[in-house]
Design a protein around this ligand. Structure first.
Ligand SMILES: Nc1nc2c(ncn2[C@@H]2O[C@H](COP(=O)(O)OP(=O)(O)OP(=O)(O)O)[C@@H](O)[C@H]2O)c(=O)[nH]1
Ligand SMILES: [Mg+2]
Length: 419
């Protein structure tokens, strides 16, 4: 197993940084998810960044000594490194040195399953590498294989910038085609008028587990980060008969590298299209506030800050002292506390979704002429039909219907609205 030394960095002049312990524990989780063995986690607090090494020379030497003692293969920095800093560090330390973005890209490239997901990761990877390529014909994998050296298509490549740019253009083109296809599917869904609910949240918050619980979908879940890279949507019938589409999404992360946000905007289209977001938060994680903050920033970056959100405080089965939950409940107003794993309090969430959409529903009685009998079937599929009477002048239907659908059928001259 590849042995890694982690270097968690806090630069005092950086704005909005996490507590160093949180940066360090997150880096460790990411490294484990990437399949490396973490042998040491060094913390490094600096007054300011330096152009050559990011950190001071003395600190670099200190890291070098630990790296030799522990015979590590790789050094992973929690802070982004410029191309120059990375090269200088590798020269000074004599070992492969990568940063957090590369680590995340590595995890993403392992997890992506669908052709589209793979292309998105490859695009993000190439966009990350492009400004870091020096001269012509640079080997991407300078110091052996392993984490952070995964080239495009998982092959070692000798590339020059021109080739990389060409590949980037090609990927963008191909992704456009996928996007068009997705938009068609979206339109179909929209024409079915089913409300879309998207699960969002920090990676590992339990989104996929919740989706599994709520539907009978089998979406991979794991203790590792970023299990879900390709979105999955399932339909779900609420107890009042209302059908909704529930959609899983890729986990968010604080300081998500910009290329990745760009690359995954398509995946996150499900989110921008959603009528309601369920923000899943892991209450058993001490970093809950940082996670919440990170999710808010990503939503903001995607221009989705104003979407209606229902907060689901998940993993309550892992909270030994339940009195804590009240604190969170006060803080996250209207939140539902639950456990996706044990199923505790799941009905409360379902009820809340139901209440949310029922506010957007109308109870109506209509009459349709016998010549338009196909509408009966349509209403059975699209609304909740309470009562049907066959009258001489037509079929009388009492039903519960979304406002949106009502506005649409209201234009149909054959339909007579009684009440
Ligand atoms: N104890 C406990 N564990 C949970 C609960 N919900 C999820 N988990 C566990 O948390 C881990 C992550 O769950 P996932 O459902 O994969 O999380 P996710 O939010 O989909 O993660 P990404 O797809 O990586 O963004 C898994 O090991 C789950 O079994 C819960 O309510 N209680
Ligand atoms: Mg998931």
């Amino acid at each position: 197993m590849e042995k890694a030394l982690l270097v968690s960095i806090q630069i005092k002049t950086d704005k909005h940084h996490w507590r160093i312990e949180d940066t360090s524990s997150e880096l460790e989780e990411l490294a484990i998810s990437a399949g490396v063995e973490v042998v040491e986690n060094i913390i490094c607090i600096c007054e300011k960044a330096t152009a050559n090494f990011l950190i001071g020379k003395g600190k670099v030497e200190e890291i070098g000594i630990v790296a030799s003692e522990e015979a590590v293969d790789t050094i992973i920095f929690s802070h982004d490194l410029s191309g120059t800093q990375q090269r200088n560090l590798e020269d000074a330390l004599g070992r492969k040195t990568i940063d957090r973005t590369q680590l995340i890209l590595d995890i993403f490239s392992r997890r992506a399953k669908s052709p589209e997901g793979k292309m998105q990761v490859e695009l993000a990877l190439l966009q990350y590498l492009l400004p870091r390529l020096v001269g012509k014909g640079v080997m991407l994998s300078r110091l052996g294989g392993g984490v952070g050296t995964r080239g495009p298509g998982e092959t070692k490549l000798e590339v020059d910038r021109r080739q990389v740019r060409k590949r980037i253009d090609k990927l963008k083109e191909d992704l456009k085609t996928f996007r068009l296809h997705r938009l068609t599917t979206h339109k179909k869904r929209k024409s079915n008028n089913l409300p879309l609910v998207a699960l969002v949240g920090y990676t590992s918050a339990g989104k996929s587990t919740l989706l599994n619980r709520l539907t009978d979908a089998v979406q991979a879940t794991s203790g590792k980060l970023f299990t879900t890279l390709d979105p999955l949507s399932k339909s779900l019938q609420l107890s009042n008969g209302q059908n909704i589409i529930l959609s899983d999404t890729v986990g968010f992360l604080h300081d998500l590298p910009h290329h990745l946000i760009e690359a995954f905007k398509a995946t996150l289209e499900e989110v921008s299209d959603a009528d309601l977001l369920i923000h899943v938060l892991d209450v058993s994680d001490q970093r809950i506030h940082q996670h919440n903050q990170a999710v808010q920033s990503v939503l903001e970056e995607l221009g989705l800050k104003d979407k209606p959100v229902l907060v689901a405080l998940n993993k309550i089965d892992l909270v030994p002292d339940r009195s804590w939950l009240q604190v969170y409940k006060n803080e996250f107003t209207d939140a539902v506390i639950l456990s996706a794993k044990t199923g505790e309090n799941l009905e409360a969430l379902i009820k809340r979704i139901q209440v949310y959409f029922s506010g957007l529903m109308l109870d109506l009685k209509i009459i349709i002429p016998h010549s338009r009998m196909e509408l009966v079937d349509f209403f059975y599929r699209q609304a909740k039909v309470d009562k049907i009477d066959y009258l001489q002048k037509g079929v009388s239907i009492s039903l519960r219907i979304s406002r949106e659908l009502f506005n649409k059928i209201n234009k149909d001259k054959d339909i007579e609205v009684i009440s």
